[in-house]
Write a protein that binds this ligand. Structure first.
Ligand SMILES: [Zn+2]
Length: 252
């Protein structure tokens, strides 16, 4: 469960490429969780963990850009949606972000929204405002860090460091992780060596092209190896990220 909670947290609030990808895949345009089944073995567990997180967190409002007026908790312990018992489809098309109610450091709620809050048993008195970016706090830890029991989860705050855990480079992106990172390059060099190719490619297309003069069997094997390498690097990253494992090629 611990790992699923972390995964759910990064799914909801992470700013890395994988989190964005997962959000595209599993959230509706309006930001509700999808209800139909997508073929992903982690989804049911992540969904449960997401619901758990959603009932235990509140946004501290910075510029409001990340905060959904209807679906997020920002004026107490539940969202307006929850407080008013609104089903997802009732909010179809409602995508207002708090951003539009913010003027400089101040949140200005028009009367009808204040009334809505009241009906939803929420109150502007419970709003937490900051001058930084929006971030999420884990009830009752108002200071602002995700506090699961494992004690080393500071990194799970919304400001997840986007440092590459393989090489320590500052920006972790999918492209870095899979093609540019020293760790990835070593893996590719090794793999290409097995096929007597040179590991000088910097993306999937280039990699696959290396086998263009080979026999169909080698093309097939090489293509499979490239895919396997890419997913291996991704899984390795998650092992390190979510389970605090040390970098090791054994996971790839
Ligand atoms: Zn790296």
């Amino acid at each position: 469960m611990e790992m699923l909670m972390k995964l759910a947290w990064s799914f909801r609030y992470g700013s890395d490429a994988f989190s964005s990808f997962m959000r595209l895949k599993f959230l509706t345009k309006e930001g509700s969780l999808i209800n139909y089944y997508k073929p992903s073995s982690v989804w049911p567990g992540v969904k449960k963990a997401l619901q758990e997180i959603d009932t235990k967190c509140q946004w501290v409002i910075g510029n409001g850009a990340k905060i959904d007026l209807w679906r997020d908790c920002w004026a107490g312990k539940h969202s307006i949606q929850k407080g008013l018992n609104l089903l997802d489809h009732a909010l179809k098309g409602c995508t207002l972000k708090l951003e539009s109610l913010i003027q400089g450091p101040i949140l200005r709620c028009p009367a009808h929204i204040t009334q809505l809050l009241h009906l939803a048993r929420l109150s502007l008195h419970d709003v937490k405002k900051s001058t930084d970016e929006d971030y999420l706090v884990w009830w009752p830890d108002i200071k602002g860090h995700f506090s699961a029991q494992d004690g080393n989860s500071k990194k799970m705050g919304v400001t997840i460091a986007s440092k590459c855990r393989h090489c320590g480079a500052q920006e972790e992106s999918l492209i870095h992780l899979i093609w540019e990172c020293v760790f990835a390059k070593e893996m590719w060099n090794w793999l290409a060596g097995k096929f007597k190719f040179r590991g000088t490619f910097t993306n999937m297309k280039e990699a696959i092209k290396l086998s263009k003069n080979s026999s169909p069997r080698v093309v097939h094997l090489w293509t499979a190896a490239v895919f396997r390498g890419m997913t291996g690097l991704w899984k390795h990253r998650n092992k390190i990220f979510f389970q605090d494992k040390a970098v090791s090629k054994a996971f790839c």
